[in-house]
Design a protein around this ligand. Sequence first.
Ligand code: FMN
Length: 347
Amino acid sequence: MYFLLKPILFKFDPEQVHHLVTAGLRRFNRFPGGAAVSRALWHMKDPRLEKKVFGLTFENPIGLAAGFDKNGEFIGEMANLGFGYIEVGTVTPLPQPGNPQPRMFRLPPDGGLINRMGFNNLGVDVVAERIAAFRRNAKSYQKGIIIGGNIGKNKVTPNEDAVSDYIKCFDRLFDVVDYFVVNVSSPNTPGLRALQEKEPLMELLDTLQKRNLKNGISRPILLKIAPDLTNEQLDDIVEIVQKTGIAGVIATNTTISREGLTIEGDVKNETGGLSGKPLTQRATEVIRYLHEKSKGAFPIIGVGGIHSPEDALEKIRAGASLIQLYTGFIYEGPGLIKRINKRLLDN
Ligand SMILES: Cc1cc2nc3c(=O)[nH]c(=O)nc-3n(C[C@H](O)[C@H](O)[C@H](O)COP(=O)(O)O)c2cc1C
């Protein structure tokens, strides 16, 4: 079905299509019987797909990666397409508009996307309230859906004060999300990736871990890293995860590399992070390196260029406990989730 729609959608600006499709999905799901049709077509329920990772039970191991539902608007709709968990964000303390448009570009011959969205979001207060409302009103079949909160800092906040931005988001989302992702790896907020250096990262994660207990509950905290780190920096990441005792790592965010692109013209020179097929191999290498170096000491969520069931299996074989999709979902449609789940059952 999606292969009929895609050539039309791909004629228009990617960000406009995103709004059009998500609004359409919302309408479809609100239409009597719409949610049931969506679940009948795409959702799979099978206890063999369930995965218990960092103390949480995921209905299936395929999640929606951060950036697609930045404001927690489509959690139910995405769950009805078959995702086993939804990561909302990146959320910042204050609302911010992000970079001027256009800021998202397709690279069809390469199966890639370049984006420089710049953490456009409605701010943590609105997002926290949205997630809380979803939880209150969720249908019984959606009560258990795992929701992650991916947190960042506002563009105007200098790096010296970054910790306080992460704290604000952490505290505000604590009661409504199941796990946290500390995003220090987006290439689209100036200076953000400097927080991946050993000292600031230790301070940031240590501070969050110290606050990570409320009414006897603590939330798994994951660190999301860039694919552009060197092996020495990845060694530091392993050490930091173990020293701070955070729950795990998400590998990877988008890359600043433009290696191997075949598309003609200037689009490949657009500023931003590259995702999709050009990232597949590097993201898998990072997962494998972390998994081997740490001897599997912590769970890894594998993300980056999963466009087929085989890509998903490769990430899992490299050491990923769970996986996430963004660009592959845009190129292949929701059928990809079901195809991966079926393949996991066959394996
Ligand atoms: C348009 C777009 C926006 C994104 N926004 C975020 C974000 O806000 N926070 C984040 O952690 N990752 C963000 N990402 C990165 C994805 O979550 C994912 O890590 C990356 O795209 C690699 O996966 P993929 O190849 O399946 O797309 C974004 C990606 C895209 C394409």
